[in-house]
Design a protein around this ligand. Structure first.
Ligand SMILES: [Zn+2]
Length: 57
C-alpha cells in the first residue's frame, strides 16, 4: 500500500500489514504521520503530533 505526503506530495510506502495508529515518516520532508484509517487498500493519514508519547501498553 502507499499514501501521499500532505506536505510535499511525495509517495509514502506503507507495509501491507500496517495497522491504524502506526507511525509513518515521509522520506522526502521528514514529516511524521499516524495512520488514521485503512480501507480496502486506501490509507488515510494524519499528522502525528504526539511523537514519542507512551502508548501505555
Ligand atoms: Zn513529505
Amino acid at each position: 500500500m502507499e499514501t501521499k505526503c500532505k506536505i510535499c506530495g511525495e509517495k509514502i510506502s506503507v507495509p501491507d500489514d500496517s495497522m491504524v495508529g502506526e507511525l509513518l515518516e515521509c522520506g522526502s520532508c521528514g514529516m511524521s504521520y499516524e495512520i488514521s484509517s485503512i480501507n480496502a487498500g486506501t490509507v488515510e493519514i494524519k499528522p502525528a503530533e504526539n511523537v514519542g508519547e507512551d502508548w501505555g501498553e
